[in-house]
Design a protein around this ligand. Structure first.
Ligand SMILES: [Zn+2]
Length: 147
C-alpha cells in the first residue's frame, strides 16, 4: 500500500488516499474513480510536497495542514512558522556569523546555534572548509541592537 497526498484542482482541498501501488493510483485516476471527499470533484491530482528546511543540527519538515489550500500565502506562512521554530534557540550574531562559525568549528568557543549575515565569499569559504551551515529560506529582520 502507498499513501498519496492528493489535491482537488477546483477547490484546492488536500486529502490522503491509499492505493495498492502508484500504478493503481494512475489507473483509478484515469478511470475517474477518485473523488475529493470534501466537494466530490473528480479533478484530483497528487499534491506537491512542501520543501524540507535544513538548518544546523535541526531538520524539520514543513507540512500544510490537511484541508488548507496550499497556496503561496499558506506555504509562506508555514515556512515562516518553521523558520521561527528553528531560530527560537538560535542567537543573532549579525556580521560576526562567519567568524563565530569558524571559532566554533575550531573549538575556540562553545558550539551554539547562531544565525547572521555572511557574504557570498564567506559562505563559499565556510562550505569549502567543511563548516556546516545552512541558508535560511526567508530573510530575517535583524533585531535592534542596543549597543
Ligand atoms: Zn475538493
Amino acid at each position: 500500500m502507498i499513501v498519496f497526498d492528493l489535491l482537488c484542482a477546483p477547490s484546492g482541498h488536500v486529502f490522503e488516499a491509499w492505493f495498492a501501488s502508484s500504478d493503481a493510483f494512475e489507473t483509478q485516476k484515469s478511470g475517474g474513480l477518485i473523488h475529493c471527499p470534501i466537494c466530490g470533484s473528480g479533478d484530483v491530482g497528487k499534491a506537491l510536497m512542501t520543501p524540507n528546511i535544513a538548518a544546523k543540527s535541526n531538520r524539520r519538515a514543513v507540512t500544510v495542514a490537511k484541508g488548507d489550500t496550499p497556496d503561496a500565502k499558506t506555504m509562506l506562512a508555514a515556512l515562516a512558522k518553521a523558520q521561527a521554530a528553528v531560530l527560537i534557540n538560535s542567537s543573532w550574531v549579525g556580521r560576526d556569523f562567519a567568524t563565530q562559525a569558524r571559532a566554533m568549528d575550531a573549538g575556540e568557543i562553545d558550539k551554539a546555534s547562531i544565525h547572521g549575515e555572511a557574504s557570498h565569499s564567506e559562505v563559499k569559504s565556510l562550505i569549502e572548509d567543511g563548516i556546516e551551515i545552512a541558508p535560511l529560506p526567508l530573510p530575517v529582520i535583524p533585531p535592534n541592537q542596543s549597543n
